[in-house]
Design a protein around this ligand. Sequence first.
Ligand code: ADP
Ligand code: GLC
Length: 479
Amino acid sequence: LKILSVTAELSPYCKTGGLGDVAAAFPDAFAQFSADFEFTRLVPFYRDAKTNLLRSGRGVHLLPVAGRIELAGRTWNLGFWQLSDSRNVRTVFVSAEGLFETDGLYGSVNIDGVKYGEEVRFAALNLAALKFGNDLVQQKVDLFHVHDWHAGLLPWLRKREGFATHLHTPVVMTIHNLAYQGWFEAGSLPELATRDEGPLHFLKLGIEHSDLVTTVSPQYAREIQTPEFGYGLEDLLTEKGVRGILNGVELDAWNPQTDAVIEQKFSAANLSSKQRCKEALLHACGLKDASKPLLGVVARFDYQKGLDLLAETIPSLSEQGCNLVILGSGSAELEETYRELQVRYPDFIHTRIGFDNVLAHRIFAGCDMILVPSRFEPCGLTQLYAMRYGGLPVVTPVGGLLDTVAEVSVRDSSPQGSGFVAKSVDAQAFLQAMVRGIHLFRSNPNEWKQVQMQVMQSDFSWEKSIPEYIRCYNALFES
Ligand code: ADP
Ligand code: GLC
């Protein structure tokens, strides 16, 4: 089966969050599981991707697949660039005469004095995928797997005349985050003209016209069929049906035994080296006292992530005798809040604004607890990375966090569970969960260590999820 996976992010070349990690890891995991599936990942050739490719020393070559599309009143010549050492899983970057050459991945681009918005840029990705799917280097694609709103036009456009049609090619759509829907004013893309001339709604069109819709955890699949989490699409999702399949972790990329950027490699059998990572992180952040529990955050500063709730807890948390390291960027207001908190509590908080993959690894390696105070969380990866590196997550009771973290309890001196789950999504409940963690850390170091060793040995692989995806894919060919 030849599968074209279409995504706006791909780690390590172009990523702002977990979509990039999953879009990269999932086809690799498939290839390891079964030789019956051949994946090609198609992603825009952003400036970031070019820079990161150069840094990694890997090359690309231009494929002999021609393509030209009409959008926003002009013709765009497409280029398809394949990562030279792609083997059973191919990575192909698509260029469209500067359309993807932005600082960062999202937003608009100016070309010759004309501004092209995200609707044009991602419509181009969808049209390019259809063209490429017609000629997947001499072989037609058997199935499209599209991710999030950025690829939501493909399921709809493949049924229409004049757009490199793929009437009989099934499409699976995976929703990584329903909060981003790709909603644009009516008439935004006259060349594509929506059926009713209403607004152009990438995600809705994707859901309506895909053959199967999945999302990244069972709990989030249930939540998005309710008004509280459905952002107006709950009825459509219920009618259509949505399967929740839990994300896995790219085990090679997130492995404390082989991680090249952390102070000392470690495993469950050698937790003293984790302590060295903690000391190095504290030192790098200008914080002191490795006997105190070290709490960390690695997140986009966005309403979703609940970092405003965490900020509310800081005065009380500062009295608990712990340290806190925060890495993130996004909302200017939250960036300011955490800069100010560092000024107010210099001995307790270190804030690093920006996107820094190396520091992210060092935070997972060095922290005792990773905080995820999200208002909603489709799956969440940072709680999984925390556990891989022997940290215990503190989370809110939503989405994939509920599916992956269970409250620690100690019975007959044998601890169960993997972290601390707030009773509800609010600052007070989250504070209580952090305090439960800090208390266990201090009062029961042996049990703490046992939980650490247990979580490090848990199975975070894609092994359980891939068979579910395979069943989904196969069902589409049987029906
Ligand atoms: P989301 O996709 O909603 O952002 P996830 O938990 O699924 O949340 O994935 C977040 C990913 O992005 C993780 O790989 C995390 O390490 C990474 N990440 C988030 N913010 C930063 C940052 N400021 N610097 C480096 N990595 C980050
Ligand atoms: C999204 C979600 C996150 C999920 C990631 C990968 O960005 O916000 O919860 O882990 O996609 O599926």
